[in-house]
Design a protein around this ligand. Structure first.
Ligand code: THU
Length: 129
């Protein structure tokens, strides 16, 4: 099975952003995480009237995968509905670091301008027990 490209993964993230629940910020985010076996799980930000209860798209994608039994990841793409580049927040960086310190992180305004970095560059010295 040939693996999905970074651009294809980015497009899945952007498509999923349509389902974001972001009535408070209006900032709709989608994420798509790729397992080492080639499976993809998407996620969106889900906001809450109690703002602190909000969860980011990246953590939703990752928790969906983990809850289905997948824990080894290769890449995650993040896209917004409005075409603004979004880089994972600090909490999401730490959350993803738990499973994949070398994760490839794909961001960008659109699929022609994607940027790729590694999670351990975005979160040097991430915490592990
Ligand atoms: N958000 C994400 O889902 N991922 C990011 O990478 C940045 C921030 C969400 C959280 C909140 O619902 C909205 O974007 C504005 O902060």
């Amino acid at each position: 099975m040939s693996k999905i490209t970074d651009i294809e993964l980015y497009k899945l993230a952007r498509k999923s952003a349509e389902n974001a629940y972001a009535p408070f910020s209006g900032f709709k985010v989608g994420a798509a995480i790729l397992t080492t076996g080639g499976d993809v799980f998407t996620g969106v930000n889900v906001e809450n009237s109690s703002y602190g209860a909000t969860i980011c798209a990246e953590r939703v994608a990752c928790t969906k995968a983990v809850s289905e039994g997948f824990r080894e990841f290769e890449a995650i793409a993040i896209a917004t509905y409005g075409g603004v580049e979004a880089s994972p927040c600090g909490m999401c960086r730490q959350f993803l670091f738990e499973f994949a310190p070398k994760l490839r992180v794909i961001t960008g305004k659109n699929e022609d301008e994607i940027e790729v970095s590694n999670l351990d560059e975005l979160l040097p010295k991430g915490f592990r027990l």
